[in-house]
Design a protein around this ligand. Structure first.
Ligand code: SUG
Length: 417
């Protein structure tokens, strides 16, 4: 289909960004609990990544922070000073910045009706994330409101946890051709929650009208979940024909490759062995939480967190990979440390949508003018720092609300207020 390109929609880091240690099984979130956060720097780091990808000649979009503190949650749980602080922090969480968890997206060439289907993720496993989907859906309904080209579903019923694109990969010859969609789910029973339920993944494949012969369902390696891979995108990433993965990502690694290859014979696997980079080091540095991008030249680039460059084993692996003749030809480190400290790397911060930009509401597409407007509001109104003890303060609540409203206003998106 002509005009279809991959657009990465990054979540703008919200003004209430803080470290409350809310995500069991997410090692970065747990280990930074109680740290002071820097929302302004966090948002500017995210914007610098968007600008850097845009400068590579790639289409870039964004999604807006959700309304926080969330009055519905505060009232719904009658949160007062006797309530656990973790719940109050949940109502303040800026976690919608990780738009890889906003939705699962099946591009038009894959679906029975030829529309691009989006299902917001119910995110039921973590209370601070379970409050996101209705507001996310409202935003998707504006950005992708063209019903000739897009269908927005309700989230999967809460009986089955769904975490969106973070557990979904798509293989294709080119982004605009029909693809094979791979859904990775986790089995419950380990010391950390498995957030993606197999039945949620299967429901989405049916809701999106995917051809069963072009869908693959794979179990995550329980050892990876145990080591802190709370989403599959912490241990693998795919783009076009390429799967870049740790050798311990899946419960049955060879079986997973075989199943994908049966549906997509052109699969090229770039497997990182444990002997080169341990699972623990991969999770610490987020090597796989990378954006694997096809540049306008046709070459593939891997946008990795700068933590990768600071790790001897990970950087040595990247250098040896580039010295070889594999499909990934560039590695580009970016500084998203504020998001990383909560377990969100470059890949967590973006939702991939294959679409013709002309069919998307232009207010969600980044260009120089919008980048400058966003940066200027962030520089003036995003709190410089938040101490976890500030959570709940009325003065801070007012500042956070006003900052978001100012952003909506400069982007002419006041209907989201
Ligand atoms: O859901 N962190 C997020 C990180 C999400 C990363 N996304 C992907 N891998 N795609 C999470 O665990 C931490 C919030 C806190 O602790 O305050 C948090 O929600």
């Amino acid at each position: 289909m002509s005009g279809l390109v991959e657009i990465n929609f990054d979540g703008i880091v919200g003004p209430s960004h803080n470290y409350a240690g809310l995500s069991l099984g997410n090692i970065a979130s747990a280990s930074h609990k109680g740290d002071t956060s820097y929302p302004r720097a966090a948002a500017l780091q995210g914007l610098a990544k968007m600008r850097s990808n845009m400068a590579l000649g790639l289409a870039q979009g964004f999604l807006l922070p959700l309304p926080r503190p969330n009055g519905d949650l505060i009232r719904g749980l009658a949160l007062d000073e006797t309530a656990p602080r973790q719940l109050l922090a949940a109502a303040w969480s800026a976690s919608s910045m990780w738009t890889a968890n906003a939705a699962t997206v099946s591009p038009a060439p894959d679906t029975a009706d030829g529309r691009c289907h989006l299902t917001p993720a119910n995110l039921v496993t973590m209370p601070h994330r379970a409050q996101e989907w209705q507001d996310t859906q409202a935003q998707l309904a504006i950005a992708f409101g063209d019903e000739q080209h897009f269908t927005i579903h309700d989230a999967v019923l809460p009986a089955f946890g769904d975490e969106g694109a973070a557990n979904h990969m798509r293989f294709c010859e080119n982004h605009d051709s029909a693809g094979v969609e791979v859904f990775v789910w986790g089995r419950q029973g380990g010391r950390f929650p498995a957030r993606q339920h197999e039945q949620a993944s299967r429901a989405i494949a049916r809701l999106h009208g995917l051809d069963p012969a072009k869908c693959v369902f794979i179990e995550q390696n329980p050892e990876a979940i145990e080591a802190g891979a709370f989403h599959n995108d912490v241990v693998s990433v795919a783009n076009e024909r390429v799967l870049f993965t740790h050798e311990r990502a899946f419960a049955d690694q060879q079986g997973a490759y075989a199943a994908i290859r049966e549906a997509f014979p052109a699969l090229e696997v770039v497997e990182v062995p444990e002997s080169a980079v341990t699972l623990e080091e991969a999770i610490r540095t987020y090597l796989f939480n990378a954006q694997l991008l096809t540049l306008p030249s046709g070459e593939m680039a891997l946008v990795v967190p700068s933590e990768c460059q600071e790790s001897a084993s990970v950087w040595a692996y990247c250098e040896s990979m580039l010295a070889g003749n594999g499909p990934i030809r560039k590695v580009i480190p970016v500084d998203v440390k504020q998001s990383m400290a909560n377990g969100g790397g470059p890949a967590c911060l973006r939702l991939r949508v294959v679409a013709d930009p002309a069919t998307v509401d232009g207010r969600f597409l980044l260009d120089e003018m919008r980048a400058e407007r966003i940066e200027s509001v962030v520089a003036q109104m995003w709190p410089e720092q938040i101490d976890p003890m500030d959570i709940g303060s009325e003065t801070l609540a007012k500042a956070v609300i006003e900052a978001r409203e100012a952003l909506l206003s400069v982007l002419s998106l006041d209907e989201l207020a």
